[in-house]
Design a binder for this molecule. Structure first.
Ligand code: FAD
Length: 456
């Protein structure tokens, strides 16, 4: 029986396609990477269907690329070696929210917006950490790429919030990980060997997550934005240190844009929150004092009259929603997320402007401070999708930003295949061997999203 007919037998006719139209759509994402070919698109609805599809793929040695929202921009869900895209969007149940133990158990197709809306309606005092990405992206896809959300500066990156998961291994076994492996409650990830690490950061190369338990957090009654700016780039690291040392923020951005002129400064955007008005008033007072007295004064200016529209954009969850994304005409956008040590941010700030100018772009920054240990530094490039030369320039700017990131000792986050090669080449060879050994052990036929985390 041919593959399409076998897939239809597993998931039904409506949820399999080998038609040119669907294959075209899944052969690209909205970033600057070139399209690649896809043979089949499959939309499973249950773990059992995922298992049967994987068993078939393993038997026939067909590559499988799992897809959530497909919005990493670095073509992580565009197959490198053809085969099938396993689009998880129809597995979209919020299975359980445990209020007292503060977690949600969800399927991989649950979008950020769906979880947010569900919590707002049924558990208004709880929230999850929401990335600044389009609302259709999935909670699972984000946690698996070690993403970060609007409360990450307070609670850590989103993969740290994973309590456990159910995974279909490339050889078809269905495995539960975390406290859910022992009992029905998914309240904790340990104390156990930390197996979620076998699936987090691997770009779908080790298994398919079919359920995920994610931590929820108290939702404060009050939130407020405080904006301060400076023109002294060299003060950024010290500024971050001082702010995070107080341990009082919910979210913390650094933003800047060369146009319009009023945005051409280094802005520290602090979101403070609290359960009582007095708490907010106290935090407001403390931060104003901190910046007033910072290095003897006059280094930072408090923005007294932040425009209400801008204030709303900062307080939205997700915040900003990628102001930089459509900065130029043509609808294309990609950024390389560099996870940088805080002391390297001033250097990166200058370099990013240099790279943007070299390729004829206007520099636009949105960086998020993660807990006070590192910064997600976004080298943002928007481009015209209809202009091949512009796309080439964007790819060159991304490559240069990635090289710079490694040169200063940073890490490339959610990198496209070329960026992964750069990381692997610079990595301790024993670590590369370990990665390869783990991959072979879990996926002996190399069917899962091949090409990622592999050297040529
Ligand atoms: C404008 C814009 C702003 C953004 N801002 C942020 C931000 O603030 N914070 C942030 O973290 N990210 C941000 N992103 C990046 C990205 O969109 C998000 O991280 C997003 O949540 C990724 O989820 P996704 O569903 O799109 O994942 P996908 O792209 O679908 O998948 C990501 C990876 O996980 C794998 N995968 C997906 N589902 C499964 C599964 N069930 N089992 C195994 N592997 C799987 C895929 O194969 C892929 O390798 C932004 C993106 C854009 C376009």
């Amino acid at each position: 029986m041919d593959i399409t007919r076998q897939l239809i037998k597993i998931v039904g006719e409506d949820r399999v396609s080998a038609n040119a139209e669907e294959r075209f759509i899944y052969s690209r994402d909205s970033g600057a990477q070139p399209p690649r070919s896809v043979d089949y698109v499959v939309m499973p609805k249950t773990t059992e269907e995922v298992r049967e599809v994987v068993l078939l793929a393993n038997q026939e040695k067909i590559p499988v690329t799992p897809l959530g929202g497909g919005f990493t921009l670095s073509a992580l869900v565009v197959p490198n070696q053809g085969g099938m895209v396993l689009d998880m969007k129809q597995m979209d149940r919020i299975i359980e929210v445990d209020e007292t133990n503060r977690y949600a158990l969800i399927e991989p197709g649950v979008s950020q917006a769906a979880l947010q809306a569900y919590l707002k309606k049924h558990h208004p005092h709880l929230q999850h950490s929401t990335p600044e990405a389009p609302p259709t992206v999935t909670v699972v896809g984000n946690a698996l790429i070690q993403g970060h959300g609007h409360i990450s500066p307070r609670y850590g990156i989103n993969s740290d919030m994973v309590n456990g998961m159910e995974v279909v291994l490339p050889t078809g076994e269905v495995c539960k990980i975390g406290s859910g492996a022992i009992d029905s409650s998914w309240f904790t990830r340990g104390p156990l060997p930390d197996l979620p690490g076998l699936f987090i950061g691997w770009f779908g190369t080790t298994g398919i997550v079919t359920k995920l338990a994610i931590k929820l957090f108290p939702k404060p009654a009050y939130r407020e934005v405080l904006a301060f700016y400076t023109d002294e780039v060299n003060l950024i690291s010290e500024g971050i240190f001082e702010v995070t040392q107080l341990d009082l923020i919910e979210d913390f951005f650094l933003i800047s844009q060369e146009k319009p002129d009023w945005m051409d400064h280094v802005f520290f955007i602090l979101i403070i929150s609290g359960h009582f008005e007095e708490e907010i008033a106290f935090k407001r007072k403390v931060f104003k004092r901190l910046f007033k007295e910072f290095k003897g004064g006059d280094k930072f200016t408090f923005v007294e009259d932040l425009h209400p529209a801008l204030e709303k954009r900062f307080l939205d969850v997700p915040p900003l929603a990628a102001l930089a994304a459509d900065f130029r005409k043509g609808g294309g956008f990609e950024y390389t997320g560099a996870i940088l040590p805080i002391d390297k941010v001033p250097q990166a700030w200058k370099k990013g402007i240099e790279i943007a100018h070299k390729y004829g772009m206007v520099c636009s920054y949105v960086h998020q401070v993660l807990l006070g240990h590192s910064v997600m530094f976004g080298f943002n490039y928007s481009f015209n999708r209809a202009d091949e030369e512009d796309i080439e320039k964007t790819r060159a700017a991304l490559a240069e930003s990635n090289q710079f990131t490694l040169d200063v000792g940073g890490m490339i986050w959610k990198g496209e295949v070329e960026a992964q090669h750069m990381m692997l080449k610079q990595m301790d060879p024993h670590t590369v061997q370990l990665i390869q050994r783990v991959k072979r052990l879990l996926d002996p036929n190399g069917i899962m999203n091949p090409g990622n985390w592999e050297l040529d």
